[in-house]
Ligand binder design. Sequence first.
Ligand code: G1P
Length: 294
Amino acid sequence: MKPIRKAVIPAAGFGTRLLPATKTVPKEMLPIIDTPVIQLVVEEAVEAGCEEILIIVSRGKSALEDYFDRAFELEAVLQNKGKTDFLEAIRRPAQLAKITFIRQQEMRGLGDAVLLAREFVGDEPFLLLLGDTIVRSDDGQSVARLLVDTYAANQGAVIAVEPVAREFISRYGIVDGAPVPGQTDVFRLNTLIEKPEPEEAPSNLAVCSRYLLTPDVFDYLAETKPGKNGEIQITDALRQSALARPMFARQIHGHRYDAGSKLGYVKANVLLGLQRPDMREQLASFIKELAQTL
Ligand code: G1P
């Protein structure tokens, strides 16, 4: 089996839901406490074994490229002042992996953005992680790692899914699958539908921003016509691929924070703040105090 060495992170969307902040700051650069969302996503890929990462950006997103570069002037200032913690922190992004960028010139959908990764990926399975979403499974395992394990057991593409309430079904790709005997939370997929109305949805299991894909997806993407909302949808390409070869879903038990949405962004800050030793206690007592007044 080929190891998973490469990850693709689309980060080209406008971030409309967080305007006006995203007028000049890409949504992926907004900090969760002190770390940009995109760094947390890159760290998840690295932790799952990836050494090469392609981030797909668009106009107005050069802050991401600067962030994963060195900053010699700032490094020199921090060095002179003996601020070694900060020095390490600003060097870290450039040291995480071999990170490259490509630009999507027109907003033609997630599928179109992913197709730009074809040459980078070549003939290997790869992780696809949406750059504005943080996922955490309850048992502390990284979701990307769960997908790698599921791929190793089944030798087919794997998509992370989680159940969603009926009223949210039309916001997601929804899958239909059958449980794989002997494997908890793993389904063999029959089909996937992008943002169906609840009455057309085959289940309530929603695609949740992490995928482990095989390179054949690019052949299907190249043939995919604009679908839902006039965009080229990766879900449509994956449905075609699932007809030709086994594809799987792995159900996640945890939390998904769409940091591109206002509420998701606030929740991600609170949750990750509670996990940080440097603020856990104070933040928890603040939340308890606050809860009594609500
Ligand atoms: C994309 C995918 C969708 C998926 C969602 C969350 O939609 O097209 O299938 O469920 O991400 O991972 P978007 O949120 O970009 O509209």
